[in-house]
Design a protein around this ligand. Structure first.
Ligand SMILES: [Zn+2]
Length: 240
């Protein structure tokens, strides 16, 4: 909410297929101001891991940008059912701009152009949320969005590259929290040991602790490569 870190989400490109994940506040502006510029009309799809605003705020404007104001019907929207029903974050009039809407569900595989990905089981979060495993080449990658820690998490995500949302430096006692802390991430990384881990989605306790120092410490302790995301960070799958 203070925009100390950009909240626009991430752009995935695989062999000419472009997919945008979690267009939070600023997604469109960040795309257009990034260098090189990212052109949303090149997107094949937009995916929401869940409906919370920090992941979905710009979904409508990004759909408009992907479809050139709705004049060029194209693309796919992926979202969990509860992002589209009731208190939906996707406006009705915008839905007719995309070719199709695919509902994200537990343990399913999806395809868009050259990108193939599957969902894991439902995360522990106040709204319906799924993590993703991408079967990309030359390396696979997994995205672990918001969730409270649960033991099965260690078996869900096996990507060579692991992008993980770590909002909190420390867990808050017994209080029910719905985000991962650094302690939780450590537990996961000890078991998964990805080739490269990228920490992102920092809350204030992480920002204050300087995420790059947190990453450095994890790297030293676990003996694996850990990177703290910075705004505009670009990762080449060939180099993971
Ligand atoms: Zn959330």
């Amino acid at each position: 909410m203070k925009q100390l870190r950009a909240s626009g989400g991430m752009w995935v490109s695989v062999a000419g297929t472009h997919l945008y994940i979690d267009p939070g506040p600023g997604a469109l502006v960040r795309c257009l101001s990034s260098r090189p510029r990212l052109d949303p009309s090149q997107l094949e799809g937009i995916l929401l891991t869940h409906k919370h605003l920090d992941h979905s705020n710009d979904v409508n404007v990004m759909i408009e940008a992907m479809t050139e104001g709705g004049f060029r019907k194209r693309g796919v929207l992926f979202a969990p059912k509860d992002a589209l029903e009731g208190d939906s974050v996707v406006l009705n009039y915008v839905r007719s701009f995309v070719d199709r809407i695919e509902i994200l569900e537990e343990n399913r595989t999806y395809e868009i152009g050259d990108i193939r990905f599957s969902t894991g089981r439902k995360h522990h979060h106040p709204v319906e949320t799924y993590g993703l495993n991408f079967e990309t080449k030359p390396c696979t990658f997994s995205l672990v969005p918001d969730t409270r820690f649960f033991p099965e998490l260690v078996d869900l995500y096996r990507g060579d590259l692991l992008v993980i949302h770590v909002a909190r430096l420390k867990p808050i006692g017994d209080e029910r929290i719905d985000h991962l802390s650094v302690e939780d991430v450590k537990t996961l990384l000890k078991k998964i040991r990805p080739r490269l881990t990228v920490l992102t989605h920092f809350g204030m306790t992480m920002i204050k602790a300087k995420p790059w120092l947190v990453a450095e410490e994890l790297e030293k302790e676990l003996g694996i490569k850990v990177l703290a995301a910075s705004d505009g960070l670009k990762i080449e799958l060939e180099e993971v």
